[in-house]
Design a protein around this ligand. Structure first.
Ligand code: FES
Length: 89
C-alpha cells in the first residue's frame, strides 16, 4: 500500500531570487533542483519558492529549507541538503 503524503512529509525550499545570489549560482541550483524533483516524482513533496534579496548578498547564494538558512550554497550541494531534509521530515 502506498504511503499517504501528509503535510509533515512536505518540505519548503526558498531561493533568494536577488540578482547577486542568482548570478552566484542560485539559478543553477534552482534548475538542478527542479530537474531532480521532476525526475524523481518529488514535485508534490518539495515546495520551491523564491524571495527577494534579504541584504545578505555577500553570503550568497542563500537558500532556506524549512526555515533553516544556508549560505554560500554551491549548486551541487542543494540536492544533498534537500535529500537530507526529506529523509528527516
Ligand atoms: S541577492 Fe540574495 S541576499 Fe541579496
Amino acid at each position: 500500500m502506498e504511503k499517504m503524503i501528509t503535510n509533515q512529509d512536505i518540505i519548503e525550499v526558498v531561493f533568494c531570487m536577488g540578482s547577486s545570489c542568482f548570478s552566484r549560482g542560485g539559478n543553477r541550483g534552482l534548475s538542478m533542483l527542479q530537474a531532480y524533483l521532476k525526475e524523481n516524482d518529488l514535485e508534490t513533496r518539495v515546495i520551491v519558492q523564491g524571495r527577494l534579496c534579504q541584504g545578505k548578498c555577500q553570503d550568497g547564494p542563500n537558500i532556506a529549507i524549512d526555515g533553516k538558512h544556508y549560505r554560500s550554497v554551491d549548486p551541487g550541494v542543494i540536492l544533498d541538503l534537500v535529500k537530507h531534509h526529506l529523509e528527516n521530515c
